[in-house]
Design a protein around this ligand. Structure first.
Ligand code: ADP
Ligand code: MG
Length: 640
């Protein structure tokens, strides 16, 4: 007799289960997918002890008749495909016909199901893959599956399970994925008889995200409006620039309704975010891709977690474009919030009364704020209603035609109390901030931007007012962003002008650094560094970019090279991309002076608003934070 035997069915199922059923969460995933495929509009999941002792999934889908209830437990039994050709155009979540027999082979399993309109249902009990009992049952139409004592007959597998809490959180993650992917289906998740979350059937993805994560979380997201490119439609939500996580857990991606992990999509996201994403951080996404099922192979992974694209480049491009467009649209929204409403501008120009908006932003030092308050009351005494100070100007400004109020007060009053900025420290030197263009200062009265600078907090944060409320700006991050974009533009055109040093410097470096610098010299030169070899591991520097520290350029260069080198060793490349060098160079540029004076602060803000991506620094940290009136009203209990 030969040595080869066909495995008995229950053994074969256990082998298959090894791939499909890794942990309790995989059971929940498979069963919920079946419920969704069965057209359920409500799915209830209850677990006990991390799912290890019990997982119960109840749905109101189409259910099964008695024959199907028995057949579905056979290996390779599926209602979802018929021929090999069908495999290429799968629209359902399942298709392998493996889940139910696999799960039933490694647990104590109970299936109770009834099709709509059937007089009675069917109940099947299975123990370790062997059918113990089949009988009629009287449950409601739909399907109920209970999986108890997972891996009771596979002690080795059971040992690999983690704590109950860990397993439960994997299950919850799976359910969040499924609930995100199918907003039209209502979900309830219970753990040890307590409701963990409830998501009613939702009309839109936005409603579903709000139900699952709350309104505040939703405010951190941008909507990606559906856009089709390369035959791929991309839509959903992505985190605003500066919103990111240290892990991929909130990077949720769907392809044709299926949550997937895929390197092509990850690359697309990274490319789309570009400098809006911090190094080592991952974006928050709820991104959906719809494409011809023939353009994607879903039959790659036993748990169907991965997919393979026929045209990976096209997919990557579609994702990157969708992300880029969304970020750009948000950039426009931001600058709109700094724009004077059209109506108000007309009112301003036609009004013959006192100037309504003093375009010179006023900064009021704390010492004078009290007198300002006195001014307010004087002003009220003159007969103007105090109410407008409490109402918000967003509304007023847009309905300004006849009664322009708020900006007048603050502007003219501040004018009266003499705008003083940084008076204690000001030394009259206007040129101490390097990096803002001189062009912007003379054009500011014509500028379309409308904001009012309120002051500087802790020498670092600029506080200002725009149409939506309060804006906080990190002055250093803003400066880095402006410099980075300027550097990039100059590099693309003629290169950064080199500032010649009167006396050339010699800088000696380690032999390794020396090689590195010579390899990257052309890039550094484009950035305004004039370097040449000067004997063994010594460099001659006779020019630096205008924004580079001049007090000890030798030291500054050594520090810059140190940091650039540390990046290269971590990526184990010798040659660096221009982008990454530019980012680092910006970090080493002269920082905006801490004691910025009013015109400099103004110029900084104008330059920032003129950037392509003003809301985060080249490393992905936010430059501005908007605290809207809505948020303030909520915090002060004016609005619930
Ligand atoms: P697949 O989903 O890959 O077809 P499964 O083993 O998960 O394989 O399920 C086998 C079959 O059992 C499905 O094709 C479907 O017809 C039926 N089935 C499973 N779960 C349900 C359910 N909750 N409601 C109705 N039918 C179901
Ligand atoms: Mg299935």
């Amino acid at each position: 007799m030969g040595r080869i035997l066909l495995l008995a069915d229950d053994v074969a199922s256990q082998v298959a289960a090894g791939e499909v059923v890794e942990r309790p969460a995989s059971v929940v995933k498979e069963l919920v997918e079946n419920s969704v495929d069965a057209g359920a509009t409500r799915v209830e999941v209850a677990i006990a002890r991390g799912g290890i002792s019990l997982m119960r999934i109840v749905d109101n889908g189409i259910g099964m008749d008695r024959d199907d209830a028995l057949l579905c437990l056979e290996r390779h039994a599926t209602s979802k495909i018929r021929t090999g050709g069908d495999l290429a155009k799968i629209r359902t979540l399942g298709f392998r016909g493996e889940a139910l027999p696999s799960i039933a082979s490694v647990s104590r399993f109970r299936l109770s199901t009834r099709s709509h309109g059937a007089l009675e249902g069917t109940e099947v009990l299975v123990n370790g893959g062997k059918i113990d009992l089949v009988k009629s049952s009287g449950e409601a139409p739909g399907t109920q599956i209970e999986v108890r004592s997972l891996f009771y007959n596979l002690p080795a597998r059971r040992k690999f399970l983690r704590s109950e809490n860990t397993e439960a959180s994997h299950i919850q993650h799976q359910l969040i994925l499924q609930a995100t992917g199918h907003p039209q289906v209502g979900f309830v998740f219970m753990r040890e008889q307590n409701v963990v979350f409830q998501a009613p059937p939702a009309a839109t993805l936005m409603d579903r995200i709000r139900d699952l994560r709350g309104g505040e979380f939703l405010e951190q997201l941008l909507e990606v409006s559906p856009d089709t490119a390369n035959g791929i439609t991309v839509y959903g939500f992505i985190g605003k620039p500066g919103i990111s996580r240290a892990t991929r857990t909130e990077q949720i991606l769907f392809v044709n309704g299926r949550p997937v992990e895929n390197i092509t999509l990850q690359h697309g996201l990274r490319e789309g975010y570009h400098t809006a994403l911090m190094k080592g951080q991952f974006p928050v996404t709820f991104l959906f891709l719809e494409m011809d099922p023939e353009a994607v192979d879903v039959n790659v992974h036993p748990a169907k977690r991965e997919v393979r694209f026929r045209d990976p480049d096209g997919v990557k491009e579609a994702v990157a474009n969708a992300v880029q467009k969304t970020l750009e649209a948000d950039r426009k929204r931001w600058s709109d919030a700094f724009q004077r409403p059209e109506k108000a501008r007309v009112a301003l120009e036609s009004s013959s009364r006192i100037p309504i908006i003093d375009t010179t932003p006023a900064l009021i030092p704390p010492s004078q704020q009290f007198s300002l308050r006195r001014d307010w009351s004087e002003f009220n005494a003159e007969g103007t209603s105090p109410a407008p100070f409490l109402e918000r100007p967003t509304v007023e400004r847009s309905s300004l035609d006849s009664e322009p109020i708020e900006p007048t007060h603050s502007g003219s009053l501040a004018g009266r109390s003499a705008p003083v900025f940084s008076s204690a420290r000001g030394d009259g030197d206007e040129s101490n901030f390097q990096g803002t263009s001189p062009a912007s200062s003379d054009s500011h009265s014509r500028s379309p931007f409308d904001f009012r600078i309120l002051g500087v907090l802790g020498k670092l944060y600029i506080l200002m007012e725009n149409a939506d409320g309060l804006v906080l700006v990190d002055q250093h991050a803003a400066h880095e962003r402006i410099l980075f974009e300027r550097l990039r533009k100059q590099m693309e055109s003629a290169g950064v002008p080199i500032q010649r040093l009167l006396i050339p410097l010699t800088v000696s470096v380690t032999p390794k650094d020396y090689d590195w610098i010579l390899t990257n010299a052309p890039t550094l030169e484009k950035m305004g560094f004039a370097l040449e070899p000067f004997g063994d591991s010594t460099l001659k520097v006779d020019g630096i970019p205008p924004f580079f520290p001049t007090d000890d350029p030798g030291l500054a260069i050594r520090k810059l090279v140190d940091e650039l080198r540390s990046i290269t060793t971590s990526t184990s490349r010798l040659r660096m991309g221009e982008e990454s060098i530019a980012k680092t160079v910006c970090r080493h540029a002269i920082k905006a002076n801490d004691d910025l004076r009013l015109p400099e602060v103004e110029n900084l803000i104008r330059d920032l608003l003129a950037c392509d991506l003003p809301f985060c620094c080249p490393h992905g940290r936010p430059t501005m934070i908007q605290v809207g009136y809505g948020e303030l009203e909520k915090k002060f209990g004016r609005k619930v």
